[in-house]
Write a protein that binds this ligand. Structure first.
Ligand code: EPZ
Length: 418
């Protein structure tokens, strides 16, 4: 298992480019199942989760051709409408093939995702929505089997809690349903909007993506399309925090600042200088006194749960007490204990973590537990005194493409050890 060895203390200086969004690419790849015509997707990050869903799509019947960050998919027919446990257990987002498979061929057999490091992550709302659209659902042996031999029919789906991939799954199911579907209390994330843009290029009729009510008028069939996915706001946010925590001067390019409003506001409240040189760039200059600022994670446009761990690392260096409340997942503070082993003063009480600072971090051997927790350990290691060894960095590789190369290019002393 690969490790990262990081010698802390270097202030980062320079430009870091942003990759395409993993969480926009995953539903976009799944959407290719909805048509028998070719779909071309650009700016697909070469991260582990993408390779996982590409393997799944090939097993289902897609011909995929990867050329750098461009993926060409062609699914003339669905050969095997299944998502097996072996794949789903490694990546919960495999459930994104559920909606497209039922819409395209009237059936799907998808393994229920087990729990994962950040908490129980059921897909009951995905299933509920499909039932509302007329699918018959059977659960057995850890799988759900959905059938709609006569096709799906439009309906009103009221989510009792906001779910990002649930909204995406149901949007993809509804585009080929007979009649109109209304998704209420839908997720408003930029990745949902980006998926709607792709589906519209394929011929779907969707209104309201980005708001909490999305209307989809079903069509007979969808055609092929070419689409470039949006930049990864979580990767960009991680690098902004890297610039702040090392008191450096980091410019993140090829991003969409409007997707990072909540983080930028928090950084400015904490005393970090954040500027926007142009429409696709954000620049942070640290070095001033960092102030502790409370933060509560919320669905978009609130503060992203996927940046909570990274923000916690920053708050270990801030003056005062920061109360961080995690409202989206029920177990997303694993990084707190690892940061504490590096010297941070963090107390976890249920859904809140109380971070007292500033506390000097010292290098230690730590273990990555999930994708974003791992990123927060990298950030802690960048500012820690001495050397940190982070084990199980495959977690990081799921969502960050060559993070060590990008950070080393702006002055971090980080190397990957096989
Ligand atoms: C998406 O996961 C992201 N993944 C996650 O990013 C992100 O943390 C999350 O949204 C929240 O923003 C992708 O887009 C591939 P949810 P998703 O359904 O859709 C509960 C990363 O680091 N829930 O919005 O799985 C659920 O347990 C990953 O890139 C149900 O109860 O999240 C959670 O508590 C991690 N029943 C809450 O809703 C359901 O049917 C929000 O989950 C679905 C969800």
């Amino acid at each position: 298992m690969d490790k990262f060895v990081i010698a802390g203390g270097a202030a980062l200086h320079g430009e870091i480019p942003t990759n395409g969004s993993k969480n926009a690419a995953l539903p976009a790849l799944a959407a290719a199942l909805l048509t028998a015509e070719p779909v071309v997707l650009h700016r697909i990050p070469r991260v582990r989760d993408i390779r996982t869903i590409e393997r799944l799509l090939v097993d289902i019947g897609s011909r995929t051709e990867v050329d750098g960050e461009t993926v060409r998919l062609h699914t003339p027919e669905i050969v095997c409408p299944e998502a097996p446990y072996e794949l789903v257990k490694t990546m919960r987002a495999s459930s994104l093939v559920l909606g497209p498979l039922v819409a395209r061929c009237g059936r799907a057999r998808v393994s229920l995702p087990g729990g994962c490091a950040i908490g129980a992550r059921p897909i009951n709302l995905h299933i509920f929505g499909l039932e509302q659209l007329g699918a018959r659902i059977n659960q057995a042996h850890g799988y759900i089997e959905a059938e709609a031999p006569q096709g799906l029919r439009g309906a009103v789906v009221q989510f009792d809690r906001i779910t990002v991939t649930g909204t995406e799954d149901l949007m993809m199911a509804a585009v080929l349903a007979k009649g109109e579907t209304v998704l209420r209390n839908a997720a408003r994330e930029p990745e949902v909007v980006d998926l709607a843009a792709l589906l519209t290029k394929m011929g779907a009729r969707i209104e309201g993506a980005g708001s909490s009510t999305i209307r989809i008028e079903g069509v007979e069939r969808l055609g092929g399309a070419e689409h470039t996915v949006i930049p990864d706001r979580i990767e960009a946010g991680t690098f902004l925090i890297a610039g702040a925590i090392t008191a450096g001067d980091v410019t993140v390019t090829d991003c969409l600042p409007e997707h990072l409003g909540a983080l930028v506001s928090k950084l400015q409240q904490a005393g970090v200088e954040v500027t926007q040189p142009d429409a696709a760039t954000l620049r942070v200059r640290g070095g001033g006194r960092l102030r502790s600022v409370d933060m509560t994670t919320e669905e978009y446009p609130g503060f992203a749960t996927d940046l909570q761990a990274q923000y916690m690392a920053l708050m270990t260096q801030a003056e005062g007490i920061a109360i961080i409340i995690e409202t989206i997942f029920d177990n997303r503070f694993m990084h707190a204990q690892e940061l504490a082993r590096m010297g941070a003063n963090i107390r976890v009480e249920g859904r809140q973590a109380i971070v007292a600072g500033p506390h000097v971090l010292t290098g230690a051997g730590v273990i990555a537990s999930d994708l974003r927790a791992s990123a927060s350990l990298v950030l802690g290691a960048l500012v820690a005194k001495g050397e940190t060894v982070i084990d199980r960095v495959y977690h990081i590789d799921r969502g960050y493409e060559k993070i060590e190369t990008k950070l080393a290019r702006v002055g971090a002393h980080i190397r990957r050890v096989e």
